[in-house]
Ligand binder design. Sequence first.
Ligand code: AP5
Length: 210
Amino acid sequence: MGPPGSGKGTRAKIIGKMYDIPVITTGDMLREAVSEGTELGKQAEGYMKKGELVRDDIVIGIVEERMGKSDLDRGFILDGFPRSVRQAEALDRILNKLETMIDTVLYIDAKPETILERLSLRRSCSNCGAIYHLIYKPPENEGACNECGGELFHRDDDREEIILHRFEVYEKQTYPILERYENRGKVQRMDGEINIDEISDEVERILGPP
Ligand code: AP5
């Protein structure tokens, strides 16, 4: 968990590789549906463009479907879910059904000014979802993904006025559910200001060796 642009996706991908576990990223799943023009994408697009949360029932449905697949036995990481009280309640229900539980909630703290600078220079791969930053993690070839050669794009919702609205939505709807996990003793804080190449050491300190 963490505010928009705090580094959730970057960390989730690093953790997924370190521990060789699937990463379930609701933002990527929704963006893929929008770019493919599926029914789900059509329903989600308007909310995403405005920086609003997509309706709970839509997001819960895609997460529940994804978590029903058979590749989660060794663990998984959720990135961008849950983001509202209803989603957190649904996650409890889904985990109960799967007879599993969340071990740790990683909360990333980063200053708003750091985040604004990061999001204005973020580029994402349209093919594999890899995340770049033009200064802190530039691609080797301009406009192309290092991992798959896919085209890099600047997200529609990374415009300043939409970013500011995403912050408000986060404060109002998502931040309150952190308390739920604090009360269960699950939350570990991560320093969102450290360099990208320091992240894996911090992850290992918190989660233990891969
Ligand atoms: P989503 O894609 O989840 O967006 P977000 O939460 O706003 O977070 P971001 O993806 O913008 O940032 P991040 O924290 O992952 O940071 P990143 O690692 O990219 O959601 C988008 C939309 O989809 C929502 O607005 C909503 O409409 C919908 N949605 C998604 N999930 C939903 C849900 N559960 N319910 C309802 N609606 C949902 O890093 C940012 C930049 O900084 C990158 O350029 C990166 O390279 C750079 N960077 C990262 N870490 C560092 C570092 N340590 N040092 C320097 N640069 C860094």
